[in-house]
Every structure is written in C-alpha cells, then in structure tokens.
Design a protein. Sequence first.
Length: 386
Amino acid sequence: MGPGPSSVNPRVLKAMTLPILGHLDPQFFKVMDEVCEMLREVLHTQNHITVPLSSTGTGAMEAACANMLERGDKMIVCRNGFFGDRLGDIAERCGAETFILDFVWGEPVDLQVLSDALDQYGPVKAVGVVHAETSTGVLTPMPDIVELAHRHGALVIADAVTSLGGHDVRMDDWDIDVCYSATQKCLGAPPGLAPISFGPRAMEVINNRPSKVQSFYFNLKGLESYWNQTRAYHHTSPISMTYALRESLRMMMEEGIDNRIRRHARVAGALRAGLEAMGIDLMAPEGYRINPLTTALIPEGIEDTAVRGRLLSDFDIEIGGGLGQVRGKAWRIGLMGESAKESNVFALLSALEQILPDFGYEVASGASLSAAQRALVSYDDGGVLP
Ligand SMILES: *Cc1c(COP(=O)(O)O)cnc(C)c1O
C-alpha cells in the first residue's frame, strides 16, 4: 500500500514465465501489436506511436524531454511536488532553458500563474505538468492547461504515471501532445516498462528537429523503426515484462477501463472517510484528491517511522513516507492496481486503530471502519461519497 510498486495479480506474474521469444520473432510482433492496441485504448488515443519504453517512469520522463527539446528551447515546468521537480531537472539536463513555476506542495497548478508565465517567457516550446502528483496526492485537471498552452503555441508533456488506470486520462480529447506512464502503479504490472504516446504535434517536432536526440536509447526515431512495420532491431525488448504488461492490460480490458477507475475512486473514498473519522487530516484539498494515493497528515506528536515500522512488522502492511518537502509530515497510502481493494482499506484502518493509541493518540474503536463502510455503501448507492 505504498506509492508503487503495487501488488501484481498472479495471472500477470504467471505470464512472465512464458518461454522467451526473440525480439524479432513474428510471434513476438503479435504480442507487441496487442500491447500497443490496448495502450491506445487505455490512453483513449489514436496515436500511432503509443509504445512501452524499456524503462520505469523516469525513463519516460527522459524520453519525453530528450525527444521534444533541443538546446536552447524554452520549457516551463509546473512544480507542485517531487515529480514536477524531477521533470524540471530532466528538462534542464536536456539543454532546455527551463522555467520552473512553483506552486504550494499540496495544491494543484494555478492556471493564472501558468498563463502569466507563458506571456512572460514565450515563445515556449513545451509545458510539463504532472497529472497526479504522487508526492502530495494532488490532481491537476488537464484540459484547461492544455488549451492554455496550445493557445501560446506550446506543447504539453503530461506525466500520467500514477493517474493512468486510476483516473480518466483522455489523450486525444484533451489534446495532450506527449503522455507517459509506468507499469507498476494502476496498470497492475511489475515495474519495468513505461508506456508513452506522442501526438501529431509532437511527431512533427521530432520529425523536423535539426539536431540529433542526445539519447540513443530513447531516440524515438530509432524506437519507431522497431515498433512500426520495419521491425528493425534497436535494443533487445524486455520480453517477459512485455508479456506481463499484455496480461495486465487484458485484465484491465476484462474489468473495463471505467470500472477500473471507479474501483480506485470507491476504495480511495472509503480510505479517506476512515482516516478522517480517526481525526487524521488529508493533505490534498477536496476536489483535487487523487484516487491511487492518499496523503494523510501525520498527527502532532506521532513519529512517522515508528508507526510505519509497526505496520510493516506486526501487520505486513507497507505504506509510504513523505517525499521531499513532506518527509516526516505525511503518510502516502497507495491503493493502486491490484492493491486497490476494500480489504486493504479495512486492514490498514484496523491496524492504525490498534497502533496509534500506543503512541498516545486515542481513537474510538471501530469508528474508522464504520466510516469507511458507510462511504462504500454511499458510493454504491449513487457514486457520491459522504
Ligand atoms: C512513480 C512516479 C514517477 C517515476 O517512476 P519510476 O517508475 O519510479 O521511475 C514519475 N512520476 C510520477 C507522478 C510518479 O508517481
């Protein structure tokens, strides 16, 4: 129940034990095609270049920046958490003149601030935004940001590492230019692949850039000739991980993409209700809370690592600590992919009810569990959470 990797269904793990095919075996090409087709469905896109990169999410951040940016290009990065910070760092390393817009950690990106920056620094090549900030548990709604960036002639690079599978991500409807994710969060596969998709504007940039992409491994033109019908060797595909991703995507198709998102919303609502019933405040403001990860403010006087240690040793439950600015101040509780289930919610709440009094924090026994239960019933009755 940390911020990822999430638990993986045995079906997915079993898929990884299939015999290794060559990365140029026609049978493997079929696997690749199936994966890309399902990724397009999950991202709601027609983009031809929608492929899993051989890396974790951070590699996709590198790939997005390396392919879109040339030395001297301007990029604006919205930083309202740890992963926005990382995106800015990567953009800078790619040689872009990077403008970091700071927002309070725990708040979404403010459109007016971005609008002013686009006016002030323009013309800007790209704007980088994290859809679901896993360090703070905050969702930044995408459509208005994309519209604003496009009005200023800037492309949008969107980090959907944590949101994909746990929230609606509509690449084409929202007109996102580059969008990437990772397998180990709500997609329900082990860590190791990073789906990425490039829209028409992004492809135009890539096809017309005068300078070489400085990364060989993540150079999209090289990757494209492996993933398209040319099937030219670029690097050896992580075969077993591709099987795993295919199986996890099949499971998502069987469940239904929207049902998967609803499952995440449902259990997240129960967890929030349970925590609040224990008097624990949530970090993210209402309306901007992400489903896959809940940030709970650690009550005054409670020692972060001691509680997490007890959860792990006595209850086999792992939750995450705070990252960057919120280290020691917040717990990050993941309900992602296979881990997004109500039994996890009840197990954690019950464990906290037992542990917290030992640290002098009194809780009314059972109160969090019944609050969570009420939230589930209320969600089932009409999709509204109390
Ligand atoms: C987890 C995460 C990443 C980084 O992914 P890795 O798989 O750890 O490389 C990037 N962005 C966000 C929002 C994340 O949650």
